[in-house]
Ligand binder design. Sequence first.
Ligand code: ADP
Ligand code: MG
Length: 210
Amino acid sequence: MTLDVAWAVDWVRRSAQTVTEHRQELIELDRQIGDGDHGENLFRGFSAVVAKLDALPAEPADIGEVLRLVATTLMSTVGGAAGPLYGTAYLRAAKATGVTQLDSHGVVALLEAALEGIVARGKATTGEKTMVDAWTPATEAAVTAADGGASPAEVLAAAADAAHEGAEATIPLVATKGRASYLGERSAGHLDPGARSTELILRAAAQAAA
Ligand code: ADP
Ligand code: MG
């Protein structure tokens, strides 16, 4: 079993939908330890992506083309930290997946490239209370699942489950990167908004594959 361009398009549309549904929650999480714009940032970005998808004259040729569209659109429409971070993630993922079909190891390559992009851009490591704390366990779980013979859909479900655990585990952490780090010890006790949005986006990927 493999994932194709239709999966990538469905992932993007489901991402836009879940970001819209959770817009207020992401705003409130960011209000607690940031400036309250994360939900609005992602809503605006993914709405613009869907508008561009709708306006395409033909179905994108490969998965990389879909991910490149997401990357360039997020970079040009989303301000703050999340736009360049997610933009770089999708750009690296696009480079890793310029193909029409993804098997389980291809899914792992996509996730690994995205995480590498986020780390290259934001220079955060795990434990700093950022989206890296959701992406890292997600990628690790994906590797384990793929090595164990899981299907692409199962690999993505494992990644989304691990992203959920990783996001919840940011609650006690003190932020040392990004805007939340300005709060120092007072950032503890809150879920990181970028870790939560990562979980939502990876769940959308799994649901599109199911
Ligand atoms: P801003 O912080 O500029 O208002 P957003 O609110 O859209 O941008 O995004 C905040 C999220 O970005 C944080 O919750 C965190 O997950 C993520 N983030 C911030 N800085 C970094 C970084 N250096 N590396 C990885 N992720 C980061
Ligand atoms: Mg913010």
